[in-house]
Ligand binder design. Structure first.
Ligand code: GDP
Ligand code: MG
Length: 442
């Protein structure tokens, strides 16, 4: 999939991947090619424009770390933006607090609705749910049979009714589901080859009847931007809750996958990757982005380099601790880092054994300012060698920081406790702890 787009992007980025310096010129040139590649893949024009603008702006602020080349960082940046574009976290089906959860599936004919209904039913069944499939596409007799056959294959019931209209079928299906205790109802609806008014009215009526918790638009990934326009029409009429991209196993150009989230503002929830009932995956934007970019090696390299810097910092602190050289300067560093991260309790709570060890150390977030003031009132020599802090020095520091001598004493005591505790910690734990802290230094 995405082969042609992938090739063109690779070509476009070839010229910057090895660059030791990014200039306005080489960035612009590369981005012009990226832009062309995206447009050729039938990505929505506005989406492309914003994408290129964002990358350009962020590339100016790229900071080179470790032994990574700026060109490689640029590729990582494009990767991150692609992930962002498709929605950075995967969204699951929202289950209703009170069963049954109703999922309505809509889209054009041939997009893969019926197949998706069966795939989703099976996925939910595996998670212990008891879905009921509803055949509300009555216009092609084969459609009902198709769902029945699929239902049989996955051993799940299909509700259908000859001669009834789709709205009536949907209504009766709901009653049936409640009566027999099915906790998920998946309604397969009819599609046309293009949007028409009658079809839209019908799905809107079904919606009003079953009150779905999820309205998923099934989108054939092979169809490019057209699919996005269709999705917009459906969204206006129905208020979609999410999108399913099908046929990602085929030779899709990428247009729909890259545009739909940005244009609709609705998450892509699943991708269909084959005709079989188990060929459904939760949507992972990272996977698709790396397939599109086809430069997994560079992305891994940059991530590793960023990780290494953190590791180096962690190792440095660990070394200091081991030699009992951890001082107030390092402490201040850590305080600042932690401050940037938000809650220190949450942070430290993540470290096994840390919760208990810190129980007596008040880590009230408001204390940070005071702690900082106290340390800043120490001379550099005192910060580096806390043993110097005798009575008169403590008095001076208290006065200088606008705190009391008790405050200063308490901080020094806490610091010593922390030193002791850290010394007792294993190497592994230390690295674990400093990992996330140092991670913020980027
Ligand atoms: N390769 C592939 N084919 C699919 C996928 N999803 C559906 N199809 C095929 O697309 C065709 C139309 O699917 P169908 O579910 O009947 O579409 P509907 O008209 O929207 O209900 C069928 O031949 C399916 O087997 C998919 O993810 N990958
Ligand atoms: Mg169908």
């Amino acid at each position: 999939m995405f082969e042609s787009l992938s090739e063109k992007l690779e070509e476009a980025l070839k010229r910057i991947r090895g660059q030791s310096k990014l200039t306005e010129d080489n960035v612009s040139e590369a981005l012009a090619e990226v832009r062309r590649a995206l447009l050729d893949a039938d990505v929505n024009f506005n989406v492309v424009k914003k994408f290129i603008d964002d990358v350009k702006e962020k590339s100016l602020g790229l900071e080179v770390k470790g032994n990574v080349l700026p060109g490689q960082l640029m590729i990582k940046l494009i990767y991150d933006e692609l992930v962002q574009l498709m929605g950075s976290s995967k969204d699951d089906i929202k289950m209703a607090p009170q069963a049954p959860t109703v999922i309505m599936v809509a889209g054009l004919q041939g997009s893969g609705k019926t197949t998706f209904c069966a795939k989703l039913a099976m996925m939910l069944k595996k998670k212990g749910r008891m879905p009921l499939l509803v055949a509300a596409d009555i216009y092609r007799p084969a459609a009902i049979d198709q769902l029945k056959t699929l239902g049989q294959a996955i051993a799940l019931p299909v509700f259908s009714k000859d001669g009834a209209d789709p709205v009536a079928i949907a209504r009766e299906a709901m009653d049936h589901a409640r009566k027999v205790g099915r906790d998920v109802v998946i309604v397969d609806t009819a599609g046309r080859l293009t949007i028409d008014v009658e079809m839209m009215e019908e799905v809107a009526n079904i919606k009003a009847t079953v009150n779905p918790h999820e309205i998923l638009f099934v989108c054939d990934a092979m169809t490019g931007q057209d699919a996005v326009n269709t999705a917009q029409a459906f969204n206006e009429k129905l208020g979609l809750t999410g999108v399913v991209l099908t046929k990602l196993d085929g030779d899709t150009r990428g247009g729909a996958a890259l545009s739909i989230r940005a244009v609709l503002g609705k998450p892509i929830k699943f991708v269909g990757v084959g005709e079989k009932v188990d060929a459904l995956e939760p949507f992972h934007p990272e996977r698709i982005a790396s397939r599109i970019l086809g430069m997994g090696d560079i992305i891994t390299l940059v991530e590793k380099a960023q990780q290494q810097i953190d590791d180096k910092e962690a190792a440095r602190l660990e070394e200091k601790l081991r030699k009992n050289q951890f001082n107030f300067e390092d402490f201040l560093d850590q305080v600042n880092t932690i401050k940037k991260m938000g809650s220190i309790r949450d942070l430290l709570g993540m470290i096994p054994g840390m919760d208990k060890a810190l129980k007596n150390i008040p880590i009230d977030e408001r204390q940070f300012a005071r702690v900082e003031a106290i340390i800043l009132s120490m001379t550099l020599k005192e910060r580096r060698d806390p043993k110097l802090l005798n009575g008169s020095r403590r008095k001076r520091i208290a006065a200088g920081s606008g705190t009391s001598i008790q405050d200063v004493n308490r901080l020094i005591k806490q610091f010593e406790d922390m030193q002791k505790m850290m010394k007792n910690m294993t190497r592994g734990k230390m690295a674990q702890m400093m990992g996330p802290m140092a991670g913020q230094r980027r």
